[in-house]
Ligand binder design. Structure first.
Ligand SMILES: *Cc1c(COP(=O)(O)O)cnc(C)c1O
Length: 228
């Protein structure tokens, strides 16, 4: 089921109020993977600027599409997919944010390959909360040391943490992984980091994520409908 951008924004505002979050502290990343340029333009017309993509070539095709280029709006592209080592240069050159950094090696490459004339690349470390072997993300135990190391790199700015938990049925159960990410986030800041971003919550569980402190929710299906 799809909802209009205006309705999603209203829902976010209502959830901020419901969970005692300050107004406008949750921002919306429109996840446009496998969605058409026409659908993206339609959201741009309604005022959406931040778009998330998972597959590098698909994202580059969209960025260079005449309709997107000619729309004249400043779009902020976020890379949220699994990062192959040989793709870091293009990612560093074409995106404002990367949510899916899971190793020092990848962060160091992005830092090294970020063009000088661009502002620092905003980075989140992806955390594997459910210890799923098949899933991407760094092990939760490795995060404190990894975050300190990445934070020292030039040309990037470590903004926070991201996670994709395994699906859970009830709203109650959905709180649990997001709560753990928030606790980890607070402990990193208490240890001296200056993080401001919790990238968590997707179409099926963003209410729990907002309740637990999400600052960016990543919605695909809820905004665009089923993917092609
Ligand atoms: C696809 C994807 C989303 C969006 O998922 P929906 O369930 O369609 O909202 C969010 N985050 C990541 C990392 C994704 O790959």
């Amino acid at each position: 089921m799809t909802t209009s951008l205006a309705d999603i924004k209203k829902t976010i505002t209502a959830l901020e109020r419901k969970y005692g979050r300050e107004k406008n502290t949750v921002s919306l990343l429109a996840v446009s993977k496998k969605q058409s340029v026409e659908k993206i333009l339609n959201l741009i017309k309604q005022g959406q600027r931040a778009f998330g993509e998972n597959y590098l070539q698909e994202a580059l095709d969209k960025m260079h599409d005449d309709l997107i280029v000619n729309c004249g709006e400043q779009i902020e592209w976020h890379f949220i997919g699994h990062i192959q080592r040989n793709k870091t240069k293009k990612i560093a050159e074409h995106f404002s944010w990367v949510h899916s950094v899971e190793s020092f090696d990848i962060a160091e490459r992005l830092s090294h390959q970020r063009p000088e004339q661009l502002s620092p690349l905003n980075i989140c470390i992806e955390v594997n909360l459910d210890h799923e072997a098949s899933k991407s993300g760094a092990n939760i135990k490795a995060i404190p040391e990894l975050a300190q190391a990445i934070n020292g790199l030039p040309n990037i700015r470590l903004r926070g943490l991201m996670t994709i938990p395994k699906p859970r049925e009830s709203l109650d159960a959905q709180h649990e992984p997001y709560h753990r990410l928030q606790v980890l986030f607070d402990s990193l800041n208490a240890a001296g980091l200056n993080l401001d971003t919790l990238s968590m919550g997707m179409s099926d569980d963003f209410e729990a994520a907002i309740a637990e402190g999400a600052t960016i929710i990543r919605l695909g299906t809820a905004l665009f409908g089923a993917r092609e």
